[in-house]
Design a protein around this ligand. Structure first.
Ligand code: SF4
Length: 292
């Protein structure tokens, strides 16, 4: 298997990209190839693409605050001042929710109530801070003494090229513990065990290759933060890495079929990207205004 970390122009596989591709080809086109649209102005598509939603924003804010908490623990072991933490959280919510356009407002004229967002964010953060996992991280931190090696919600994506296929993946939190690597992903939405299992295995693959670590020594964990704390833990064997690569290659090739040129990632005309027949996806789609 030929492995490099060079950047290429070609389409890169990621869990979220393939998910969008499977759910609706047209939405996938607007998300990744809007500049090739010959009918609808690019700025209009971009405006819709940038709509956030209550669920998305709750997830973003919880991730942002957890990142701040962990970065603080890289510097000091002092207990957190909870009043200050939640005041800071409320300020972040206020800033985010007053500067972004929400899907619910754009399509349903719904007023975004800051305290509604805050209530759910606070439950997620309390579940995180009171979880055995958080206590385990903090207690283990003392013996880890390698907290400079923590990777906490890095900007952008980690990319890999394996046998000429590009893969994107972004971990929430990765840290060494004894001779192992641990990866944790926080979730504020519903448990979708099959999808999350696949995501965890992709993280394992990424860590296995990026850090030349034996897969037996990598543990991947999904931490569910709402409505109460729960976890899914995954470890795998080396055989499974080969199977996963076959799946990623097959899914990438499905997406390649919608391109005129694979090297430069130029799509076929928009008409080739069919609208989904599953109206459930349309209900929550940012682009419905330009679709029907
Ligand atoms: S509104 Fe429906 S058909 Fe149109 S892009 Fe969105 S999901 Fe696809």
């Amino acid at each position: 298997m030929n492995i490099t970390k060079k950047k290429q122009l070609t389409l890169g596989w990621s869990i979220s990209r393939y998910d969008k591709f499977i759910n609706c080809k047209r939405r996938y086109f607007y998300d990744y190839y809007s500049k090739f649209d010959l009918e609808i102005p690019l700025d209009k598509i971009q405006r819709l693409k940038n709509l956030t939603s209550k669920a998305l924003e709750i997830g973003n804010i919880v991730h942002m605050i957890i990142k701040t908490i962990l970065k603080r623990y890289q510097i000091t072991n002092q207990p957190i001042n909870m009043d200050k933490l939640f005041q800071y959280t409320f300020n972040v919510i206020k800033k985010n929710c007053t500067t972004k356009m929400f899907f619910e407002t754009h399509y349903y004229h719904e007023k975004i109530i800051l305290t509604d967002i805050y209530t759910k964010v606070k439950i997620c953060l309390n579940n995180f801070l009171n979880s055995k996992r958080f206590k385990w991280i903090i207690n283990n931190k003392v013996i880890m003494s390698k907290n400079h090696q923590w990777i906490i919600d890095p900007e952008g994506y980690g990319d890999l090229i394996i046998s000429n296929y590009k893969i994107f993946c972004k971990v929430d939190f990765l840290f060494p513990l004894d001779k192992k690597l641990c990866i944790i992903d926080w979730k504020t939405g519903k448990k979708i065990k099959t999808k999350h299992y696949k995501q965890l295995i992709v993280y394992l693959l990424w860590a296995h290759i990026s850090f030349k670590q034996n897969v037996h020594n990598i543990v991947s964990i999904v931490s569910y933060l709402y409505p109460q704390y729960d976890e899914q833990i995954v470890t795998i064997t080396k055989d499974y890495i080969g199977q996963l690569m076959k799946v990623i290659i097959s899914e990438t090739q499905q997406m390649y079929k919608y391109l005129i040129d694979i090297e430069t990632n130029i799509p076929k005309p928009k008409e080739n990207f069919q609208l989904t027949t599953n109206r459930f996806h349309c209900k929550y789609c940012n682009y419905k205004e330009i679709c029907f």
